[in-house]
Design a protein around this ligand. Sequence first.
Ligand code: ASP
Length: 333
Amino acid sequence: MGQVVVISTGGTIASRWQGSGYAADAGGGDVLATAAVPAGVTVRVVDLMSVNSARLTTRDQLALLRTVHEVLADPAVDGIVVTHGTDTLEESAFLLDLHHDDPRPVVLTGAQRPLEAPDGDGPRNLHDALLAASSAALRGHGVLVAFDGQVHAARGTIKVQTLAADAFADPSGSPVADVKDGHVLVRRQPERPQPLPLPAAGTPLPRVDIVTHHCDADPLLLNAAVDAGARGVVLVATGAGNATPEVVAAVEAAVARGVLVALTTRVPAGPVAEIYTHGGAVDLAAAGAVLTGTLRAGQARIAVLAAALAHPTGDTGDGNRALRRALGTPATS
Ligand code: ASP
């Protein structure tokens, strides 16, 4: 038994053939009509937008965040499902999770195959998400991602398959629950730091860029991001978080200009760690970059974004503290 609100945003689960390719155009009612609603669950649909998720902006994501909080203001609601494109689902899910201060589940889902595909995965994923959102066993587990029979914590979960149905996983962790034969089987309680307050309405939207390190890379793109006015930059380094002395110097200069710099890695699993010098994570951290644990680029960027929104005009120290809070790492590490 439960009342679930489905917030529809588009994605492949809402996509139809447009003559040359697929694109989202369906509303939440059409998407919901494809799925079996679990017994005892009543559903209300909120049509927020219908776009493919590579096109989402910070403005769109903040609209989603505010809609979730507005819906949860109604005590009769037991949980929320957000239907979303899979391409950037991990980013929106993590933004919602960072600000989620309510025991009721918010469950994101989508599909790898389009709305009207005869063998589509959307109907099952949506059914499972409805079940998870109305499940008392998942209260207090934060924002979740239901996909292909599993339920993942938002934090750390990324898209790991471009086409296959098992599209999501946390490469450094394990699922929170399984969905089998109409039941949610909880495996673990995710660790979540204290939620952040909602950004104040009208807060200026900061630019946050992602720059990837590779053989022969120089600091040109990092410097270009800073010159373009970035409030934050995510450096996707190699290995456990390594780059070059030249990149370290650029990070130091960026931090001196008030830019928040977060450090993650191109490697799929495991944490970044201060092991190497001569351009490695030891030097990048000393230059002011904040290590992002096991978060990958998209979610590291969301953590920086949330920190910048929390301190739109504050100094780098405030921004860094907010970033560490979002990351769940102590202020001194
Ligand atoms: N491939 C994507 C999806 O699964 C498209 C998108 O992210 O909107 O929904």
